[in-house]
Design a binder for this molecule. Sequence first.
Ligand code: FES
Length: 283
Amino acid sequence: MAFGDALVRRIEGFTALDKVAKPLAGLVGKAVQPRTVRNLLSGTYLGHPAHPMLTDVPIGAWTMSALLDIVGGAKSEPAADLLVGAGILSAIPTAATGLNDWSDTIGGDRRIGAVHATANVAALSLYVASLLARRSGGRGTGKLLGLAGFGVLVAGAYLGGHLSFAKGVNVNHTFLEYRPQEWTTVLAEAELSEGELRRVSAGEASVLLVREDGEIHALANTCSHAGGPLDEGELADGCVICPWHGSAFRLSDGEIVRGPASAPQPAYETRVRSGKIEVRALG
Ligand code: FES
């Protein structure tokens, strides 16, 4: 097993972290309760998670400042200082979006996220100290603090990458889901009551059926945000509300009415033939 994998598994299994991480995630979750703030931080208005996009700014700025510090010479000192400052400023919204996403995680993902956040706070602190040292004439100390910050930043970024690419945190959970393109029978029409949230299978796809005002709607049953089971949610104002973090998806087309989801819920066409409900993927 690669060293990185072994380290990540140790962190994932380090349950003692829960004593701090669990209540802290709860506090962060409460702090981002206003829906507009939550939607903004989650990327709901963008149609894309905000945090991964924002991380490029401080990582890019601090990578370039490290390069200039190492090979740039005296002429590059003002540019290096400017990049250190730009990284510090951009780290604030980046941290806010990351904390918002982290508040939705549980178990091993929450532990990894806690260490990821701690590393990033340490990197930020080192860069603040680096900037202060540069401003007060301590160029050598400022460079060393910046390079130390960069090392910590890389370790934090490794864990962030693991959360996204190995654990699929904040990845659209319906993206790879199989959806039948042909009409597929899923249920006898008489078995679906008005206002019921009914999970059915269309081939290998898990589909949510809802009859509202006599019309039958079908959406992918796995929530795009983090995989919550929509059939265990509730209905409100023509939407299904996810039971895990409260995203609201319009029944008619799966569009997001309320985050934190940033990807809409795949919708199906429906029809009734010979007393059976049939569905097929839209588009
Ligand atoms: S899993 Fe998070 S809102 Fe559905």
